[in-house]
Ligand binder design. Sequence first.
Ligand code: MRU
Length: 344
Amino acid sequence: MLYRSLAWQGDALGELRLLDQTRLPGETIYRHCTTIEQVWQAIRELCVRGAPAIGVSAAYGVVLGVRAFVHPTLETVKQATNYLRTSRPTAVNLFWALDRMDAAAEKYFHKPEGQLIELLLATAQDIEDEDVETSRSIGEFGSHLIPDGGGVLTHCNTGALATAEYGTALAAIIMAWEQGKRFTVFADETRPLLQGARLTAWELQQHGIPCTLICDNMAAQVMREGKVQLAIVGADRIAANGDTANKIGTYGVAILCNYHKLPFFVAAPQSTFDLNLADGTGIPIEQRHADEITQAFGKRTAPVDVAIYNPAFDVTPASLISGIVTEHGIIQPVNAEEIARRLR
Ligand code: MRU
């Protein structure tokens, strides 16, 4: 692998190394986290981002939080997981990974004190390893959807940077390329934080895959001109009926695909499904700071005191989604019955 979003270095006394995604594409700089607070901050600031990568990082964050105590109790673990739950609200992978860390603590708590940290670290490593395998499977299943010739549109960043390795929607694109298919990727720049411009375009360049960067508001025109044949995106939380929260602007892409009669696919692991939510209305949508909209390139781009609304995610209704690519295969049609059947 050319680069990795995250890596635990060393034994239980080691550290979590994060590739600082706020500095890409200009600089390749790593943050070395040795405390749970640093991991919380890294997630909040989008130094590490993308639903699966957030979950894996948080799992390692628990290890850092618990090992700060000489005599950790079950309550110590709960405090660590509850603290990390407050870092970002939408990607359910965060809560899924923290639930697993809580369950591991319950299971291993009777072990001698020193072993608890090591067993928590092993659980975090399992979560990371599973994410690598899962992403690889999603990439393989998804690669068959990618057309040979023409173009594919994607939104935000869903590559190796957003997971432990490979990615989800971008993994499908990269694997299709490796299979010999030839196409152009149209990457939405993804306002306001430009994950498409800064991260997806960068990742595709690392793989030598042609990428054409467009502003988000150009997607309709690109579709009308017949430049893309399919759109594929990732997800942060998928409700039981298939309604899908993903980066703000995804819903618009799905509507455009529907209008232009183009397939619109979502790629995500099972850990991104929240089967406790019947539909997308209950998905919490992160609201981010106004500065992300009022400033660009270090310069103010809006009048002082203008009102700002900055939701970081939107929800695409299941009816607009052609299929969901998971590690178990492609769920199609997207509805509650089929999702329950495939994820059983
Ligand atoms: O705010 P971000 O950059 O964490 O948002 C990321 C996305 O919306 C991704 O599309 C999603 O997490 C899937 S990543 C495989």
